[in-house]
Write a protein that binds this ligand. Structure first.
Ligand code: GTP
Ligand code: MG
Length: 173
């Protein structure tokens, strides 16, 4: 896949805010319009970044917990994964481990993988340090906390993820 085509899968626990995040991307993410499109499962965005000569086509997939709602082929080709967890969920860790196993089974080995705690506008069930601890143990590339509801840290998270994937794909081609 060329460096200018980027696929990102949003995986995560039930009600973590996956569909809200996809909707946020559809509505709030900057785009120059060309080649945009959306379905219930994914959105397309055309993005411009100063480091890339050509525009970057970003496709972001939503998923339904427990169902294999992201096509196997997409799991196999996507270079970016957001594992979304609910900051208020005491069971978060077991769920992240389960989703991480799915990525290990179905995705490429060198994907960019972010652990993201959503709903940081609410009372938390685990600390930032516990988040980072699991990030390191499971070899995530980053741990971030966001609030999709209030748009906190969401664009920064996506910009970082897209940038990392871009340079990783460029190094491969
Ligand atoms: N307080 C708060 N609520 C949020 C946030 N993001 C999403 N929600 C709420 O969490 C609930 C679940 O959001 P969804 O986006 O449907 O979550 P999902 O992961 O797609 O859920 P499933 O597909 O059913 O697993 C909804 O009531 C959202 O409004 C957030 O940042 N803060
Ligand atoms: Mg959903």
């Amino acid at each position: 896949m060329s460096a200018n085509k980027i696929q990102i899968c949003i995986l995560g626990a039930e009600k973590a805010g996956k569909t809200s995040l996809l909707k946020w991307c559809a509505e709030e993410m900057p785009s120059d319009g060309k080649g945009d499109g959306a379905s219930t499962d994914f959105i397309n965005k055309t993005m411009s970044y100063p480091f890339a000569k050509k525009k970057i086509q970003v496709k972001i997939w939503d998923s339904v917990f427990k169902e294999n709602s992201i096509p196997k082929k997409v799991m196999k080709t996507a270079m970016g994964f957001i594992v979304l967890t609910d900051i208020t969920d005491p069971q978060w860790e077991a769920k992240v481990r389960q989703i991480n196993e799915k990525i290990k089974e179905e995705a490429q080995k060198d994907v960019v993988k972010y652990l993201v705690a959503n709903k940081n506008d609410l009372d938390r069930a685990f600390t930032v340090l516990e988040g980072h601890k699991l990030e390191v143990e499971l070899k995530f590339d980053d741990y971030e906390e966001i609030s999709v509801k209030h748009g906190i840290n969401v664009q920064r998270l996506l910009d970082q993820l897209i940038t990392k994937i871009y340079f990783k794909q460029q190094a491969k081609t």
